[in-house]
Design a protein around this ligand. Structure first.
Ligand code: SAH
Length: 616
């Protein structure tokens, strides 16, 4: 399941039958549930032998998160000897026996326990318990703000700076590279963070490709101050090398060039070179081990790039006057180099020769596989949203949707999430924006009311992906169903959809009216119970009148009809009428019209379509 994918591998451990049953619900979400031999009959669970202590120790290093169905005291004792540092410990989450509370116990920020807790609480329909200052006060959590964008944490006094923020002391942010999207998630007015440069010796958060040393060289401030460094991966290293150059020489070259120019190695996005070097062993091995993408370009592309230091010798050898400089510029999509080419020759120690040039990209490389969570949020009441859909929303880096729907799900949104509420008319832009963010590496939830696959955003997003030549896998896509307006309306009315039914949208914005008219005839003739979506807007009035005329050709004028407006919302209105009187009732775009079949009848405020063919 995509919702929990950023935490994999995940293991859950329960030692009592009740706790095992509670955690069993998580098995279908890619979590392995472990139980002792004494507990039997928990389908899907694995059995551990030996002591719980050694079992936990075994999983500690290999898992991103551990979920315990145990008393917190017992968990604290179990993990105490294993704890090292919040930057490397797995996320520890505790669920009480009956699944009422999910507690983020340890590694709340960096280990992701807070996010995992939110996701699990939603899956179990439990209350999440978060105790970190950032989560309770809605403060920016500086130690996670770069994670969606793949920024790397550099040097710094992380604890001190976080503590300053928790104490509401002023902290200055100096951003020189990377996305500024995170800024929308922070209330600069409410928190003590500031983007204004100041001479004060207050703690600083640098978002920069420069190393700590590089920043320290800046003239400001004069007195030492606690600082932390986030490094967006914006540096593309163009590399040319002799065949057979050792990996060690390449690595030491990179180290030297970065040091000489005060650049942080954490800010390296990846390596760029000519395509004939795609199999250069030293390069390939280094990229694999350091998680660098290796971008290669053919000679004719590299040829077309203007570089400061072209070489005739290189041109004669590989068919382009520049490899390192041209490749760096191509990969970074930049016009200018940050560091022009530097040549390092083999010493007695290492084999070969390496040329390096560096260009800085405008947009950072995230190194993450993005995904699109297409989420149906139901008719409008929080408890009508499936737990899976709630967990999907909670797990997203960014949430995109029409502003009314964003408002409806406000309680599910997390303080660190990027929220993009767009006006109702811009569905296509919404789809394109979501795809762009996901392709870049973010987990993006697109929300639509009702079911996202029924006159919703799922179609637009998938169509757009198809147009863009999507391979079907990257970015990943998962669709979360929701209760559609027709079902919600039916639930309020009793059982109007009890027999064959269909839905027809009267909106001819994206569909020719002739097609709609043909379907109206077919549905009316075939005696389907029919739900009319998008029945009437301020400018589209005639369509509903025509629809009723068509139905009257086939159905009794007394046929029960319901108009259900804003179902499951505060201003819900339900009106029962008949086909011939339908137009006396105010109907707008927030309404769904349900037309009964020839057997449908009303009883008090209820609308009932008989279940069997022989009745009515
Ligand atoms: N994806 C949505 C439908 C979007 S089309 C779903 O599955 O429900 C928009 C139309 O849906 C509206 O014009 C109205 O006909 C219907 N609709 C959506 N929400 C509604 C609600 N809460 N009450 C009544 N009708 C609703």
């Amino acid at each position: 399941m995509l919702t929990l994918q950023n935490f994999q591998p995940l293991a859950a451990i329960a030692t009592t039958p009740t706790a095992a049953k509670t955690l069993q619900q998580l098995c279908q979400n890619g979590i392995t549930l472990w139980v002792p031999e004494s507990i039997e009959g928990i389908a899907g669970a694995k059995v551990y032998t030996g002591s719980l202590k050694s079992h936990v120790a075994e999983h500690w290093k290999t898992h991103q998160g551990l979920i315990f169905g145990l008393a917190t005291g017992a968990v604290v004792r179990l993990i105490a000897p294993l704890l090292q540092h919040k930057s490397c410990d797995p996320a520890i989450v505790v669920v009480d026996e009956t699944g009422k509370f999910v507690i983020s116990l340890c590694s709340g920020h960096q280990g992701g326990a807070d996010k995992l807790t939110q996701a699990i609480a939603q899956l179990l329909n439990a209350t999440p318990v978060l105790t970190g200052a950032a989560s309770t006060l809605g403060l920016p959590a500086v130690d996670i703000l770069g994670i969606p964008f793949g920024w790397q944490r550099g040097e710094g006094n992380w604890t001190e700076v976080s503590a300053a923020i928790a104490r509401s002391e002023p902290v200055q942010v100096i951003q020189e590279a990377g996305s500024t999207l995170w800024q929308s998630t922070v209330s600069f007015q409410k928190s003590s963070l500031s983007l204004e440069a100041s001479l004060d010796t207050i703690p600083r958060i640098y978002i920069t490709p420069l190393s700590e040393k590089g920043k320290a060289l800046h003239p400001l401030p004069l007195t030492p101050h606690p600082s932390i460094h986030w490094h967006p991966r914006v540096l593309w290293l163009g590399i040319g090398c002799e065949r057979g150059t050792s990996r060690e020489l390449i690595e030491s070259t990179i180290k030297h060039v970065c040091q000489d120019h005060q650049l942080a190695e954490q800010a390296i996005a990846g390596i760029a070179t000519i395509d004939i070097k795609a199999d250069e062993v030293g390069l390939v091995e280094m990229c694999r081990d350091r998680n660098f993408p290796l971008c290669t370009f053919p000679a004719d592309i590299l040829c077309s790039v203007t570089v400061p230091n072209p070489s005739k010798i290189v041109d004669a050898e590989v068919g382009t006057p520049s490899v390192a400089e041209a490749a760096a510029l191509c990969a970074a999509k930049a016009q200018h180099l940050l560091v022009s080419k530097q040549i390092f020759r083999a010493s007695t120690e290492f084999q070969g020769a390496v040329t390096v040039a560096i260009a800085q990209a405008e947009q950072e490389y995230t190194g993450r596989t993005g995904c699109l969570l297409l989420v149906g949020i139901g008719p409008g009441q929080l408890d009508q949203i499936t737990p899976a859909a709630q967990a999907a929303v909670a797990s997203a880096d960014a949430v995109i949707g029409y502003s009314l729907y964003i408002d409806l799900i406000a309680p599910l949104l997390q303080p660190h999430q990027i929220i993009e509420a767009l006006p109702i008319t811009q569905e296509r832009q919404r789809a394109q924006r979501a795809i762009a963010l996901a392709q870049w590496g973010l987990t993006v939830a697109v929300v639509s009311s009702g079911d996202i696959g029924i006159y919703g955003m799922a179609g637009l997003v998938l169509e757009e992906l198809q147009t863009q030549g999507w391979d079907g896998n990257t970015p990943k896509v998962e669709v979360f169903p929701g209760i559609t307006a027709m079902q919600a309306a039916a639930a309020r009315l009793g059982a109007p959809l009890m027999h064959d039914f269909c839905a027809i949208s009267l909106s001819d914005l994206l569909t020719p009216w002739e097609v709609i008219e043909k379907r109206l005839h077919a549905a009316a003739m075939a005696d389907f119970v029919t739900a009319l979506y998008n029945p009437r807007s301020q400018t589209r009035i005639q369509q509903l009148t025509t629809a009723i005329e068509i139905f009257l050709q086939y159905r009794n004028p007394q046929t029960p009809v319901a108009v259900v407006r804003s179902v499951y919302r505060q201003d819900e209105q339900i009106t029962l009428t008949t086909l011939e009187k339908l137009l006396d009732i105010p109907i707008d775009m927030l309404s769904t019209v349900l037309i009964g079949n020839q057997s449908t009848r009303t009883h008090g405020n209820w609308m009932i379509t008989p279940r069997g063919y022989n009745t009515g």
